[in-house]
Write a protein that binds this ligand. Structure first.
Ligand code: FES
Length: 113
């Protein structure tokens, strides 16, 4: 028999508290620091940890696009990460974790990976 691990959801804030094109940092119960972004297309959640600078800063990155693909650019060394996949646009060997996100009764909830 295979054990099925339940996903846990953490309520972060109200959707209306998030500005379009900006990120906020949140701490999940398991200790993960995440960066929550609201764009015109919806919500995206990545690890807040920038693997190039080893700093928890991606929530403070600049949201934009590279060739039409929505990205966040680290405020430290300026590498860009795709909001949808976490892939680093500047280094194909690097990616940051992404997290499921949903809106529940007007609140943003982030799921365990
Ligand atoms: S602390 Fe350096 S990559 Fe995470």
């Amino acid at each position: 028999m295979t054990a099925v691990q339940e996903r846990t959801w953490t309520t972060v804030c109200r959707v209306e508290d998030l500005l379009v094109g900006r990120g906020v940092a949140a701490l999940l119960p398991a200790g993960d620091q995440v960066a929550v972004f609201r764009t015109r297309d919806g919500l995206h959640v990545l690890s807040n940890h920038d693997p190039f600078s080893c700093a928890a800063v991606l929530s403070r990155g600049i949201v934009g696009d590279r060739g039409g693909v929505p990205v966040v650019v680290s405020p430290v060394y300026k590498q860009a990460f795709e909001l949808a996949t976490g892939r680093c646009v500047d280094d194909a060997d690097v990616a940051v974790a992404t997290y499921p996100v949903e809106v529940w009764d007007g609140y943003v909830r982030v799921g365990s990976p």
